[in-house]
Each structure stands twice: as structure tokens, then as C-alpha cells.
Design a binder for this molecule. Sequence first.
Ligand code: 3HC
Ligand code: NAI
Length: 699
Amino acid sequence: MTAEYKVHGPVAVITLANPPVNGLGLSTRQGIVDGLNRANDDAAVTSIVITGAGGAFSGGADIKEFGTDKSLQEPNLHSVIAAVENSPKPVVAAIHSVCMGGGLELALGCHYRVAAPGCSVALPEVKLGILPGAGGTQRLPRVLGVEAALNMIVSGEAIKSEMIGMLPGQKLFDKLVASPEELAAEALAFAQSVADVRPLPLVRNLPCKHPQGDAYFQFARNMVKGMSKNFPAPAKCVDAVEAATKRKFADGLLFERELFINLMWTPESRSLRHLFLAERAASKIPDVPSDTPKRDIKAVAVIGAGTMGGGIAMNFLNAGIPVKMLEMKQEALDRGIATIQKNYEAQVKKGKLKQDKYEQRMALLSTTLSYDDLKDADLVIEAVFEEIGVKEAVFKELDRVMKPGAILASNTSTLDVNKIANFTKRPQDVVGLHFFSPANVMKLLEVVRGDATAKDVLATVMAIAKKIKKTAVVSGVCDGFIGNRMIEQYGRQGGFLLDEGCTPEQVDKAMEKFGMAMGPFRMGDLAGNDIGWAIRKRRYTEKPDMKYSKTADLLCEKGRFGQKTGAGWYDYVPGKRDAIPNAEVVKMIEDHRASLGITPRKISDEEIVQRLVFALVNEAAYILEEGIANKASDIDVVYIFGYGFPVYRGGPLNYADEVGLFNVVQAMNRFAKNPLDDAAFWKPAPLLAKLAAEGKTFN
Ligand code: 3HC
Ligand code: NAI
């Protein structure tokens, strides 16, 4: 049982004990009900306290149980809360640290609530694509007022206990104790003080009205419209809270339950729940146990103060870690520092950063032209030109000066990390840290594990990634690692689509309608079309049999590299990011098509989306098979956090699972018959073919 029962004098204490956050899984729910029965059967007990062990009262329903039989088994959360409400002896929730979702709903079912300060209180279900399903939408408005409750439910954001609940007119907490250390004793005393109160107070009996009624809910619906374009849950939250104001409590509860169950079955909710677990699973590496000792990272060095070096440095400064930047020339250092200053100043101007914080961060930054000044750094990240000779020179210098045990990282996006590691006499200390541009903004960090990379180096960089608020995913060594290796196939399909009859605008619009933050051509313009061009030129000699559209090369030959040259697939006005279609580019595509003797055909948005996304999926299947990615969900995390894949689709492999792998393979077989496409590529990767044949999924 994952709930403990103890008696302290006349008070029975039920302690939820289901680490890490006391999720209300079956065994915990059973433990609560058993504890209530024991306490009510014991004549010596006059009141009951429910609290949580460790770092949480409760983080809510056990997300890992969703979709399994256990989530349906009695006692379900409704039955548990009913048992609490119906307890003849008073039940007091002693709330601390984290009180969320079903945990808050359980507390709201208790007769009284005593809270510690600093507790994060939330109904975050909307972030999982659902709504509170155990009375939260009906009870929270009764203790907080309709508007405050609806705000919490629709945003899912946590509020600290000391900020809410004790304001005039609000009844969320009956007592807020002075400090978390006093909670246990104060809750026991409070429980004894209410032992004889009858009838026992129930939140369900409190009134629930909004003075402006219909007008307020109309306003609320308008407010959530924008945020809920692709997410069904927020609008349903409004419906449920409105029901709390209009229906009898029991009817409201039934209505909430119906909405909850319907939302639970939506692909959006499945995707969001998948991502919640996927993001957390990404930090776990199968053969690196969580208790692997970590190296101390107190000081960081960055080599190269260019586009990436500056952004990388900012991440550490933001986390309060000192950074020393090295460049070849003082001018380059000055330019790099000026860019960092400019970025911070823009944040100060927008009110996102306080002046004193900005100054503190800049004070942590120092510069040097000499490698000897780096010897005290615990982690050095190289972000110099993408040329193997330059990397070799840098890593040889680092090997010479860095103290033993320092971690030597490269931000290379295409070079072989094993080769770089072998430029040193300590390949075990070398790792790839592939940040995405802009490095101070993008959440994804690909951690590239070389053949020799030590386990404690991996454990350390995964921990430091969390500290600088990045979502890290481990990739093996291969050309492009996980993300860029897949995007190459996506880009290749984009090229074929132009040759067959599409315009860049049509392809981009179809992908943006699908939910991508940016279509492939707008993305090319942002990243710089010259990067893809350089890779293709390499491929033409490395893989002469690989089929490519030549259209993008023609564009680059015109110097249209994208936003940085003011012109790419689209035109750009200085200072603006709007992509303006260009007639000459369209003509260039048409002329090239004609030169190949292709009669353009009308291509549906559905075909565009399928070809681009399934190209990602097929390459991902190879990546999984080769062990470059540890698990399918890691690939989804890469695409969500690094490539603007729509959150509500849960990543390319989750999307493929939703479509059904049988259907994905069927579509690939169709694409393989298109003479203008690449039949060889569309042969499903063996892993994909196997899963599809067995009726299985990636995740
Ligand atoms: N169920 C199961 N596991 C949970 C969980 C939950 N509700 N909430 C967190 N966890 C697990 C995580 O998966 C992770 O596990 P791991 O160590 O094995 O990877 C561990 O707890 C720690 O989580 P975080 O890494 O997120 O730790 P933080 O300290 O940063 O955050 C937290 C803790 C604030 C509780 C955060 O995890 C969180 O926001 N959790 C989600 C809470 C939530 O959405 N609750 C609502 C659930 S739905 C519900 O209650 C339905 C009801 O209305 C019927
Ligand atoms: P950049 O050209 O903007 O900056 C490189 C900097 O390194 C320059 O300031 C240069 O003076 C300095 N430098 C060159 N040789 C040096 C040396 N021997 N010692 C010290 N400093 C030296 O390049 P960018 O874009 O910042 O790229 C750096 C690295 O990051 C490359 O390996 C690149 O592949 C990788 N990368 C780039 C991304 C991008 O979008 N720009 C994304 C992810 C990785």
C-alpha cells in the first residue's frame, strides 16, 4: 500500500507515500480509503489528517496509470473523495510543497485544509489536454470565486499557497501556518480543535455564482478562443466552470466527468500526456544509472564568440555560472560581448529582465585571448568555425591546458565527435553539446555521446542541461545526429514537391496548417539556405546515387541565402521577418520544371504533409534501429523542442502512431510509385515495416 497509517493521540494520520510526487495511483487510493475506514472504526480516534510524504502533498492522479486498467479500478478518485466527504469524523488536509490536480481535488473534498507556505497549488490538467476530473471545476470556484478559479483551471499555472486561499472571501485554506516545519504539529492541533464540530463543512455546500453570469462566460469563451485553436480542453474548462454556477452540485460533477472522459480520448490529450512523460524520460540514459556520480561544474569556458558562442554563454550566465570566452582576436571578443549586451538590454527594455540582474549576469562574464587562462574551467564548450582542421587545433590546445577531469565539449553540428575526441589524449572527457540557434532561446540540446564518452560526463552534462533549462536528448554519433539527419529527408521531399508542381508558399502553408511553427522554405530562409547547399555539395560526391532536386541549388547560385541576405525563397524587408513571395523565384522553379520536361500537377495539402512528415518518420526508424536514439520518445522530444513540430501532435513518431503504422507504410508504398520521387527512400525502414506488420507502435 502506498499510503501509511499512524495514530497520534486522538488523531489518525494518513500519509500518501508514493514517490516521487505521491501520484494518486490505485494502491495510494486504496490506502486512503483503508485508512479512513480504520480511523472511523477506532473509537479512540476523533479526527483524521491526510498529508504527503517527501516533497509533495500530491502531484495529482498518477499520469503513468492513464489509459491502463488501474486508472478505472475502484476506488477511483471520485470514490476516494466521496469517502473523505462522508467520513463521520473530520478530515483535515495538511498541504505542503506540491498540491496539484487530483491532489488539490482530494484536499477540496476534505472538511478542512491547513497549508504550509511555499506550496505550489494548481489544477494543471489543461496542460495534459484534459480538465480536472474529480470535482476540481465544481469545488475550486466555490472556495476561490469563479474568476480566480477559472483563471487557474484554464492556465493550469501554479500559484504559491501564501498568495491565495486566505484572501478575504476565499475559503481555500482554513489555516496557513508560518513555515513548512510547523505543518505537522499545527495540522494535528487543528484536527483536534475541530473534533466535535458537526455538521462537518463541505465545499460542495458553498454557493457558486458570478454576478455577471452569461456575460462573464461569454467573455471567458472569447478569451480562450485564441489559445485553444488546436487544443480542445480550455473551452471545455469554461463550460465546466459555468456548469458549477448553473447546475446543482451533483449534476455539475456528472457534467465535468463526461467532459473529462471525452477529452481523455482526444489525440491532443494523448499527445500532451506522451510529451509530459517523454520529456522526463529523455533525461534518463539506459546504461547510465541515476546515481552515477557527477562532476562539479562551477566555471565554464566558451571558445568562439560568434552566433552560437554568445548564446551558449548567456545560458550559463542566466544560471549564475561564470563564463570565460576565448577568441583569436580582441575585435571578435568585443563583437561577441556587444551582442550579448544587446540581447540583455532588449530584455531589460521589454521589462523581462531587471537592470540589477543584467548587471549581475554581465559581471560573471570575462574574456581572454589566451588558452592558459582557461585552465580552471570545469566545462569548456567549443563553438568555432565548422572546419575539422580548426576543431583539431582548438582541441589540441584544450588538451594541453585544461585541468584533469574538465569536460571538453564541441557544439559541432555536422562533424564526427569521435574524431574530435581523438584529437585529445582524453576522449573519455569529450562530448558533443549541440545547441540550437538562437542558443539562448531554443530549449533543445542534443548531447552527442562519443564511443569513449565517460558515463559520469554524460550524467554531468544531463544535469547541467537541466540547470540551464534545456531539454537534453542523447544522440549517438552520425551525420546530422538525430534532428538534422531527419530534416535532410524532409528537405529533400520539399524539393521534389517544387519540381512536381508546388510553390514554396503552398508547401509552407500546408505544413503550417498542419501545425509546424514554420514551413520548410521559411525555415530554410531563417537558417540560411547556404547551409543546406554546402551539405548537398558534400552529398553529391559522398552519395552520388542519392536523388536531389536541384532547385535549391539554383536559388543559392543567385545568392538568395535567406533572411540574412534579404532574399531567399521569399523576399524580406529589413527589420521584418514577414516572408513575401517572389515572382522570380516562382518563375525559376517553373523554368527548371519545364527544363526537366515535367508537367506540373495539383498536389493536395494532405500529400504535402504526408510526404514531409513520413520522410521524418522513415529516417527516424533507421535512427532508432541503429541505436543513434535510445528511444522513440527522444525523437519526438527533439522535434518538439528543436524543430517547431506541433505540440498537440506529440512529435513525428507519436503522430505516426496516431495515424497507424500500417497506414504510414501504405502511403510510403504509394509514394514509391511516383517516378519523380525517390523510390529507394520510400522502402520502409525494417523497424517500421516490422512494427506495422505486427500492428505495433513506436512509442
Ligand atoms: N503522476 C505520476 N508521476 C508524476 C506526476 C503525476 N501526476 N507528476 C510528476 N510525476 C513524476 C514525473 O514523471 C517525474 O518522474 P521521473 O522522476 O520518473 O522522471 C517525477 O515525478 C518528477 O517530476 P518533474 O521532473 O516534473 O519534477 P519537478 O520537481 O520539476 O516538478 C511537479 C514536479 C510540479 C509535480 C511536476 O512534475 C508536474 O507539474 N507534474 C504534473 C502534475 C499534473 O499534471 N497533475 C495533474 C494530473 S491529472 C489529474 O490529476 C486528473 C484528475 O483531475 C482526475
Ligand atoms: P560563427 O562564425 O558565428 O562564429 C564562430 C566564431 O569562432 C567566430 O567568432 C570566430 O572568430 C571564432 N573562431 C574561429 N576559429 C577560432 C579559434 N581557432 N579560436 C577561437 N575562436 C575561433 O559560427 P557559429 O554559427 O557560431 O558556429 C559555431 C559552431 O556552432 C560551428 O561548429 C557550427 O557548426 C555550430 N552550430 C551552428 C549553428 C547555427 O545555427 N549557426 C547551430 C548549431 C551548431
